[in-house]
Design a protein around this ligand. Structure first.
Ligand SMILES: *[C@@H]1O[C@H](CO)[C@@H](O)[C@H](O)[C@H]1NC(C)=O
Ligand SMILES: *[C@@H]1O[C@H](CO)[C@@H](O)[C@H](O)[C@H]1NC(C)=O
Ligand SMILES: *[C@@H]1O[C@H](CO)[C@@H](O)[C@H](O)[C@H]1NC(C)=O
Length: 416
């Protein structure tokens, strides 16, 4: 009787988990008001510990501090194994303590974990364990890397690692869609407040009748030169680039040489999407004409300029802006007829205080001379410009589907 009962329960559990799995994996996204970072929460291991990690579109894998992590379902990825090769592990990691635990095992596939906020790297080991979500989706043998609390400087308080969504074999979406047999697609809606959403596999909120008319699409392009701090010669970038051709301010195209927008033979230039960058960074040769055009267009709209507050270079008297949508529009112009990503209202402006509101873009790096190890990207689209926009990364057809601000249509990430 007892065993019948048990197998019935197991049967039910399998039914439930596969039913949920077909609907993809959905995670909540929150914004940390202090660092402005966006993070998500899932559960790992036999204790189903809550793990909060910062979302990083450009990072190769999941890593978190394992100091407080205990699980009896974890196992280390051996060095020289096929999984180690898949993870692009580099050599072997060992640990001199006697008791093995997550983060301290011998003959373990070594990983390089990057903390992009402090620009440091740490070498640790790869492990696998079961990943769970609150709605009971279960992803067995999920590959991740352990780090330690010493490497968390700069991360939002309460978070213990970084969640990689890049174009690699062990990024979150690649592992989840591979294991659950779903197409390699994910959608991301970063909230400005409240709860946003990260959906893997099933991106059906984008096909809802009230959302699909708002979506435009463009090709995701591959930068043939790696943009990671550590890579093997010949590796392509694992980040997401789009082919921005020009920028328009209130309908007027900026006069900037095309070569700043395109990728050169070493992978410099181009436009990428980043969840690590706060405010979109523009190459100095784009930033200067851009702010000039914006200030001019604002002045034509009777918006008064005031002294700039760093890191911004163009600021305005808040009282002269009637409502946030009444500022010059910014369009990132993409290939095709009439395809552009419009940035306006809350996505373009940053309120500093009651009196001052600034154009929320910053000056990026120019190309280094002599060239540093990895290329410099001309436009890095940051989270302030992405918030409350829905993005769908379709890696089956290599397309990015995107909306402008959902707020302008009476919607938001928390109501998808
Ligand atoms: C983002 O902005 C916050 C608040 O201004 C700041 O503390 C943080 O250093 C910024 N992060 C980056 C990567 O620029
Ligand atoms: C790793 O190997 C060393 C040398 O054999 C041993 O002293 C140590 O206890 C081992 N560590 C673990 C966690 O098994
Ligand atoms: C960038 O990639 C191209 C094509 O793979 C290669 O020919 C070129 O040498 C690379 N440049 C650098 C600086 O690695």
């Amino acid at each position: 009787m007892g065993s019948l009962h048990y197998s019935f329960l197991v049967f039910l559990a399998i039914l439930v988990s596969s039913a949920n799995a077909q609907n993809g994996l959905h995670l909540p996204v929150r914004k940390d008001p202090k660092t402005l970072q966006h993070y998500t929460t899932f559960q790992m291991g036999s204790n189903r510990a809550d793990i909060n990690t910062v979302i990083d579109l450009g990072a190769e894998h999941l890593w978190f501090a394992c100091d407080d992590y205990t699980s009896n379902s974890y196992s280390p990825i051996p060095c020289d194994s096929s999984k180690c090769e898949l993870a692009k592990g580099i050599g072997c990691f060992g640990c001199s303590r006697t008791e093995p635990r997550p983060g301290c095992t011998n003959d373990t596939c070594a990983s390089t974990n990057s903390n992009p906020f402090e620009e440091f790297l740490s070498g640790q080991g790869f492990y696998e364990d079961t990943l769970y979500t609150k709605d009971n989706v279960r992803v067995p043998q999920f590959i991740f890397s352990c780090s330690t609390n010493d490497y968390l400087r700069g991360l939002a308080s309460g978070t213990i690692g970084m969640l990689g969504l890049a174009r690699t074999q062990i990024s979150l979406h690649k592992q989840v869609t591979g294991k659950l047999n779903l197409p390699d697609k994910f959608s991301l809606c970063l909230p400005s407040s409240g709860l946003g959403k990260l959906s893997i596999g099933d991106v059906s909120s984008s096909s809802k009748p009230d959302i699909s008319p708002l979506l435009k699409f463009t090709t995701l392009i591959i930068n043939p030169n790696s943009t990671s701090p550590v890579y093997t010669v010949g590796d392509a970038s694992v980040e997401y680039f789009i082919d921005v051709k020009s920028i328009r301010v209130n309908g007027e195209t900026l006069s900037v040489k095309d070569s700043y927008f395109s990728l050169d033979k070493d992978g410099n230039g181009g436009t990428k999407i980043s969840t690590i960058q706060n405010y979109t960074a523009l190459h100095p040769s784009i930033y200067k004409p851009f702010t000039r055009a914006f200030v001019k267009a604002a002045s034509d709209m009777k918006i008064k300029s005031v002294a700039a507050v760093g890191p911004f270079r163009a600021c305005f008297s808040s009282s002269s802006i009637s409502k946030t949508s009444a500022v010059p529009t910014i369009d990132l112009v993409l290939p095709g007829t009439d395809v552009y990503w419009r940035i306006n209202g809350a996505n373009s402006m940053v309120q500093i205080d009651q009196k001052t509101t600034c154009l929320g873009f910053v000056e990026g790096k120019s190309r280094p001379k002599p060239a540093v190890a990895f290329p410099t990207t001309s436009i890095i689209i940051g989270t302030h410009q992405l918030e409350e926009n829905l993005m769908v990364f379709d890696l089956v057809s290599s397309q990015l589907h995107f909306t402008s601000s959902l707020l302008a249509n009476g919607k938001s990430c928390s109501r998808l």
